[in-house]
Design a protein around this ligand. Structure first.
Ligand code: SF4
Length: 379
């Protein structure tokens, strides 16, 4: 068995690298998954797929990619789209900053670069939301530039091939760059990712089926399960939010547009208030909900009722939402608020947690007794 050389040594021989390339590319040509963005040459479409795939599973992206392209088939259609329509099309994919950056990038290319899509990884890096990985992927797949694209899958494959417990960013970039196939850089990068996703999985890599097993130091040493060592992440901060659902006798509820900056910026949601920690137990959630409703100018006309708590994980935040339904007389809404009926289709973006509340409310309308009363519950 002949191991590959990483960037710290004098390099692998051309024959060795050639065999390595052919083995992995043959595997890719034969066994790659049939995904809608495979073989795509339009850089806009490649960019859309790469941005959607950031921190998101392929199965989830499959549900969004085609419908996005139906709505925004070209860079120009996305550039001229309304930001509400863009967020609505992204609704449910999460990490909404990606949609906003994609929109900003399209506008920049259309309006500042006269519609000329950047063709190099260096120029692509100048676009909003495009980092080293995305620039490398788009440049190599769309324009044949000989650059690497190191995502989590590639990181794991390289760490195991070279038996590196803690592969640093510099080492990863240099090693990945030294291995890129010069004739098929885009396919090469995708083949490494495919290998990581389908064979060299985080747990229980299928080394017996691996096309590059004979070059793998991790496999030879039996250390593949140890590389790369897990990344230590800071525990997510937990925040408890009180959600106030102002509801009219007809069942309509009021949503407000969130500020343009911060968490879930620009989306439509129930009015909320972050609850202090530790909770002040002298005030019940019901009292807080009624107080917040009155602060919004509502005339409370009945007893408030609680819905079940809903949890949602953001990147660095664990949010717990405590929804309270407060019956009110319908008040006039301004530009940043609106009334809607739970269950009705809407064309504005609503966060996932709030959708769950709307579903619960629609259910409650169907079976009114399911509203749970928490009178006097001091939480
Ligand atoms: Fe991963 Fe095993 Fe292949 Fe090495 S031999 S690259 S550990 S699947």
């Amino acid at each position: 068995m002949k191991q590959l050389s990483d960037t710290s040594s004098s390099g692998s021989s051309p024959n060795q690298l050639g065999d390595f390339h052919s083995s992995l590319l043959q595997y890719y040509d034969r066994f790659r998954r049939d995904l809608p963005w495979r073989g795509e040459t339009d850089p806009y479409r490649i960019l859309v797929s790469e941005v959607m795939l950031q921190q998101t599973r392929v199965e989830t992206v499959l549900r969004y990619y085609e419908s996005w392209l139906k709505q925004f088939p070209t860079l120009g259609t996305l550039a001229s789209a309304d930001s509400t329509a863009v967020l609505k099309a992204w609704e449910g994919l999460g990490y909404y900053r990606r949609a906003k950056n994609l929109h900003r990038a399209a506008k920049h290319i259309q309006n500042v670069l006269d519609g000329l899509f950047p063709t190099s990884s260096r120029d692509l890096r100048q676009l909003p939301g495009v980092g080293q990985y995305t620039a490398g992927a788009v440049a190599s797949i769309g324009f044949g530039e000989i650059v690497p694209a190191v995502d989590g899958n590639v990181r794991r494959v390289l760490a195991r091939l070279f038996d590196k417990r803690e592969p640093g960013v510099r080492w990863l970039n240099h090693t990945a760059a030294s291995l890129v196939d010069k004739d098929r850089p885009g396919d090469w990068n995708q083949a490494l990712m495919e290998l990581g996703a389908m064979i060299c999985a985080p747990r229980n890599p299928r080394c017996g089926d691996c096309p590059v097993q004979r070059w793998c130091t991790g496999h030879e040493q039996g250390t593949q399960a140890l590389s790369p060592a897990g990344i230590r992440r800071a525990p997510a901060r937990e925040i408890v939010f009180l959600l106030v659902i102002l509801q009219t006798e007809e069942g309509e509820v009021m949503l407000v547009r969130r500020p343009d900056k911060g968490l879930l910026a620009g989306m439509w949601a129930f009015p909320e208030k972050e609850l202090p920690k530790p909770l002040d137990c002298s005030t019940t959630s019901r009292d807080r909900a009624i107080r917040l409703a009155m602060t919004l100018g509502a005339e409370v006309v009945g007893h408030a009722s609680a819905l079940s708590e809903i949890q949602h994980r953001f990147t660095h935040l664990q949010a717990r939402y405590r929804p309270w339904v407060v019956p009110v007389a319908k008040l006039l809404t301004g530009e940043g608020s609106m009334w809607m009926t739970p269950g009705e289709p809407v064309d504005f973006p609503i966060p996932a947690a709030q959708h769950k509340v709307l579903d619960a409310l629609a259910e409650c309308r169907a079976t009114p007794d399911s509203l749970e009363s928490h009178a006097g519950n001091p939480i």
